[in-house]
Structure formats: structure tokens, C-alpha cells
Design a protein around this ligand. Structure first.
Ligand SMILES: *Cc1c(COP(=O)(O)O)cnc(C)c1O
Length: 429
């Protein structure tokens, strides 16, 4: 008689593996997915790591200790979000009880803060440019200096945006020098352009033998001039900052001044120097902004109520001249001495003997004020701990330079200092 062979050990059931990792904070179907992958790989023990990896890929708040205050990978402007389960009067006129427009209340506030006749809010800065060009120049040409045919990042390239808007590009000048006469020649051409677009190069600088035409001079061309400012600094005299404009802001074009110089409209992001959640703004003459509002694309590019509510709060802070109420400005203008004191406290509380206070340079980020640094202070540990710091809950995002892991405290909310100490302490223990 043949002897029975001993059965190979049965792999654990997917269900049992999923139950064994039930403490990982994920919905059951995602635990099952991790368990199934682990069992299929012949390594049921890897289920937990797989589930934690799924979890770490979810959107989550992080502590930005990079010193880049508007960090594009970290959602740019820091915002606090508290949401109660309530409806809003987004399209209701509370006085009459009739339907209203979501743009009607924020638009005038923004226009007032920006020194514009009218303002319109859309989904982001790219959408603002797309809508302006589509509404004003679809089927016609737009004049842009060759020094301003830039890529902003994330695939936003001016020539491609013009194509997407159904406009053609008329390039003028050269990479480093463009004169008013270059624009004049383009405007005089038969079948001339509909619009002059001036683009802030944002994340790069041309220096040396250069020349460009200021908005003030472009007004003489007799065409609407739209300035894509990108950053959304509302006013170069920063009346919302008690100490006046900080040094690093020098030369950054501002909304109010650009309109005063004669731009028909400006476009800018909500989540750069404006300090709001992701949004885009078109501000300028009533006629031009209304043409944008009426275009069918405006509906497709409009923001939702969470964004509008946060934007409204921020604009009210600007009108109150209360920069401290806007997290970006609060962080950007914190005195160096305060940061040194915080860094010392964080280093001590971490309990790590090798933790040291260092001076470092923060930057505004998101292509604003390129090349400018804001003196800052932070805590440094010898070695590269960035990966470990990212695995904390909440993740701490630090920077590694010259063999040091640096947590720059300028971009950290002081309420999170204790988290930074704890993470530093734990990663070296
Ligand atoms: C950032 C930027 C944009 C794009 O704005 P998003 O809000 O990122 O869509 C467009 N133009 C300029 C000049 C910019 O700096």
C-alpha cells in the first residue's frame, strides 16, 4: 500500500491575515488587499508592512520642517482646516432668500484688497491664465516676450496653455532682451494680436545683458495687457505687516501696483504669497473680468465652498491689515531670535545629545522671490534621518545638507515644535 505523503502546510487564509493586521487604521477592503498580495507573494508576514505602505500613501497632514514655506510638494501655503458639518450660503442671498452667485461676495472683497474693479476666483493660477486667454483671445494671437515663454513646473508651459486656449502665439524679442519696438512691430502686423501677455518668470531669473518692457510702457500698445504675476503679492507696501515689506520681497511684482501701472488684468495663484488654499484669481477691469465670468469655461474652473470660505477669511485678514492671522506671513516674518529660542527648546526637549541649533536659510518657495533667502534657525542632527522622520505620525519633512539633517523651524507651526522634538528623540533612540 502506498504511503500518504505529508501535506504541505496550508498557507494562512487571506481573511485570517487581514484580521491579524486589523489594528492598521485602514478600511477592511484595503487590509484584505494587503493580505492578498502578501499571501500571493508567499510571504504572509509582509502583510503589515504592505498595509502600512498603503496607509503612508494616503493624503495626510505633515510637519513641514524644510524651511520652504510654500512647498509645492506639501500643498504650498499652510492652512488650518476646521470643518463643521454645516451647509453654507454659497449660492443663497440671505436677505432676499433667492439664488445668488458664488462669486458675488468674495469677488468684491478681493477686488477691494487688490485695488481692482472686479475679481473672479477660479481653481488655480493655471486655470486663471487659461480662462483669460480663452475668453479674450481664442482664435486670435497673443503676444509674449521670448524671455517669458516659461515653464512654471508641473507641466504648465505658456506656449502650451495658449494652444489649449485656442490662441496662437506671437513671440517677440529674444530670450534675454525684448524692447517696446518688438511689441509694436507685432501689434502693427495685419490680423494683429488680441492681447499682450506679460508673464512673471517666477522660478528662474535672467541676469546680465537683459532688457524687458514694464507693464507701464506696454499700455501704449492700445491692446489689453494681462500680467500673469503668479505669486499674488497683493500690495508691495504690505500694509498688513507691521514692520513693512521684508527685504526678501524686494522687486517682487504686486497686484495693486501692476494694475495701477495700467494692466487691464492680472492673474495669480491663491496658494503662493496670498497664503490661501489652492485657487487662482483674475483681477482687473470690470469689462475684462466680466468677459471671463461669462465664458462657459468659468463654470468648469470654479472653486468649491471650502476654498471660497478659506479665501474669504484670508482676504478679510488682509482688509484688517492683520498679517499675523495669515499663516504664511506669520511664518515668513517671525524674528530670527524667536526661531533661535524655539530651536534651542526643541533640541533640549529631544534629549538627543548631538542635536544642535543651526542658522539656516528659509525661502518663500513656489517660485516666489526666486534666489532670496530668509535668515532662519533650526535643529540639526549629524547623519541622514530624513527617511525615518518621514515615517512618523505625523510625518516630519526635514532637509539634509552637508551630512546634517536640518529641521528648519520657520516653516513649522510653533504648536508642532513638540512633535519635532519627539520625532528627533525617537529616531536616534
Ligand atoms: C505658479 C504660477 C502659475 C500657475 O499657478 P498654479 O496656481 O500653480 O496653477 C502660473 N503663472 C505663474 C507666473 C506662476 O508663477
Amino acid at each position: 500500500m502506498e504511503r500518504e505523503r505529508p501535506a504541505a502546510p496550508r498557507p494562512p487564509s487571506v481573511d485570517a491575515v487581514a484580521r491579524s493586521i486589523a489594528d492598521v487604521a485602514l478600511p477592511h477592503p484595503l487590509l484584505v488587499e494587503a493580505a492578498r498580495e502578501a499571501v500571493a507573494a508567499g510571504d504572509p508576514g509582509s502583510a503589515r508592512a504592505r498595509a502600512e505602505s498603503i496607509r503612508s500613501r494616503l493624503l495626510t497632514p505633515v510637519v513641514n520642517a524644510t524651511g520652504v514655506i510654500l512647498h509645492t510638494n506639501l500643498g504650498r501655503a499652510p492652512i488650518s482646516s476646521e470643518t463643521a458639518a454645516r451647509a453654507s450660503n454659497i449660492e443663497l442671498d440671505l436677505e432676499s432668500g433667492r439664488r445668488g452667485s458664488r462669486q458675488d461676495r468674495l469677488g468684491p472683497l478681493l477686488a477691494r484688497a487688490a485695488g481692482a474693479e472686479k475679481a473672479l476666483v477660479v481653481n488655480n493660477g493655471a486655470a486663471a491664465v487659461l480662462l483669460v486667454v480663452t475668453a479674450l483671445a481664442a482664435g486670435r494671437s497673443v503676444v509674449v516676450s521670448r524671455g517669458e515663454l516659461v515653464e512654471i513646473g508641473g507641466g504648465f508651459r505658456i506656449p502650451e496653455v495658449l494652444t489649449a486656449a485656442g490662441a496662437t502665439l506671437t513671440e517677440v524679442g529674444t530670450t534675454n532682451r525684448t524692447r517696446l519696438s518688438d511689441y509694436e512691430d507685432a501689434v502693427a502686423a495685419p490680423d494683429g494680436p488680441a492681447l499682450v501677455l506679460k508673464v512673471h518668470p517666477s522660478n528662474y531669473e535672467i541676469s546680465g545683458f537683459t532688457e524687458s518692457v514694464p507693464v507701464r510702457a506696454l499700455g501704449s500698445l492700445g491692446l489689453p495687457v494681462v500680467a500673469d504675476l503668479g505669486s499674488g503679492l497683493l500690495d508691495s507696501s504690505t500694509p498688513w505687516l507691521a514692520g513693512g515689506p521684508p527685504d526678501w520681497l524686494r522687486g517682487e511684482p504686486a497686484v495693486r501696483q501692476t494694475l495701477a501701472e495700467g494692466a487691464s488684468a492680472v492673474t495669480f495663484s491663491g496658494d503662493k504669497l496670498l497664503g490661501c488654499p489652492q485657487a487662482g484669481v483674475i483681477a482687473g477691469s470690470s469689462e475684462l473680468v466680466e468677459r471671463c465670468s461669462r465664458h462657459p469655461l468659468a463654470r468648469a474652473l470654479r472653486p468649491g465652498s471650502l476654498v471660497l470660505a478659506a479665501l474669504q477669511e484670508t482676504v478679510l485678514s488682509y482688509l484688517r491689515r492683520d498679517g499675523d492671522a495669515i499663516p504664511f506671513w506669520r511664518m515668513a516674518t517671525l524674528p530670527l531670535e524667536t526661531l533661535r529660542e524655539r530651536a534651542l527648546a526643541v533640541a533640549r526637549a529631544s534629549g538627543v545629545p548631538s542635536a544642535q541649533v543651526v542658522e539656516c536659510g528659509s525661502v518663500p518657495g513656489a517660485g516666489s522671490a526666486p534666489g532670496r533667502e530668509i535668515p532662519s534657525a533650526g535643529v540639526a542632527l549629524p547623519g541622514d534621518w530624513a527617511g525615518l522622520l518621514r515615517s512618523f505620525d505625523p510625518p516630519v519633512i526635514a532637509r539634509v545638507r552637508a551630512g546634517l539633517t536640518i529641521c528648519d523651524l520657520r516653516s513649522v507651526d510653533p504648536a508642532d515644535d513638540a512633535l519635532v522634538s519627539k520625532a528627533l528623540g525617537e529616531c536616534t533612540s
